[in-house]
Structure formats: structure tokens, C-alpha cells
Design a binder for this molecule. Structure first.
Ligand code: ZN
Ligand code: ZN
Ligand code: ZN
Length: 129
């Protein structure tokens, strides 16, 4: 995965990708740090690594929750569209809706260029409904 994106396979990159693969859901930077063996990597290293993974498109920012961006692997997204996310208004949990694909919106106004479509739903999750 890293080789395809022309990134060096550093320990921290591999560790972060492994954490995201294992989690199979978006994680905040803090959660990633916790799960990647915090004694080896400091905050700055993890932040920079996430930035580099974002830049090459291996990782996407999924949504903001509790003022923190949550990161996930980009393998369930297409070039122009991320899979939608569903946030429960009762318990606050967010779910990836990887099986739903929505038609791309047309550019809203003259002069705006859409690069990526990200949709978020709100409602009740199965546990709360
Ligand atoms: Zn995405
Ligand atoms: Zn819920
Ligand atoms: Zn997701």
C-alpha cells in the first residue's frame, strides 16, 4: 500500500495503517496514538505521519467529532466521493455506510469546483431507534 503511494515504509506509517485497518472505523489522532504503542511515537510524529498519509490519499478525514478529526483508510472511497457517515443524535456514535453510493451533486454555483463529495446523515442508530 505504501509502496504504491511512493512513501517510505517507516515504522510509524506502518503502525498507523495497521491501527486503521484493524479498527475498521474512523479514529481520532488520540485514539490512533493510544492503539499504536504510545511509547514509540510522540504526538508530533503521529500528526506529521497522518498529514503525509492524507496527502497521498491513503487516509481520509472522515468527520469531526468532539472537536477532533477522525481518520480512516480511503479504501472504501472513490476518487471523487467518500462513503457517507451516519451519526446517531441520541448516543453520538458514528457509523460508516460503505454500501451506499450517492449521485454526485452538480457544482452549486458558478466558480465553485467540487473535488470530493462527503455526505453525513443524522438520525437514530439501530441501538437507539
Ligand atoms: Zn473517504
Ligand atoms: Zn445511537
Ligand atoms: Zn467511514
Amino acid at each position: 500500500m505504501l509502496k504504491a503511494a511512493k512513501l517510505y515504509c517507516t515504522k510509524v506509517r506502518i503502525a498507523i495503517l495497521k491501527v486503521l485497518i484493524k479498527a475498521n472505523k474512523p479514529l481520532s489522532q488520540g485514539q490512533i496514538a493510544q492503539r499504536s504503542g504510545k511509547k514509540h511515537f510522540d504526538k508530533v510524529t503521529i500528526y506529521r505521519t497522518l498529514e503525509s498519509l492524507l496527502k497521498v490519499g491513503l487516509v481520509h478525514k472522515a468527520f469531526i467529532e468532539k472537536r477532533a478529526w477522525h481518520f480512516e483508510l480511503a479504501d472504501n472511497c472513490t476518487e471523487s466521493q467518500c462513503h457517507p457517515h451516519f451519526t446517531c443524535t441520541n448516543c453520538g456514535s458514528t457509523h460508516c455506510l460503505t454500501e451506499i453510493s450517492l449521485p454526485m451533486a452538480k457544482s452549486p454555483h458558478k466558480g465553485f469546483v467540487i473535488h470530493r463529495q462527503q455526505v453525513r446523515f443524522e438520525g437514530l442508530c439501530p441501538a437507539c431507534a
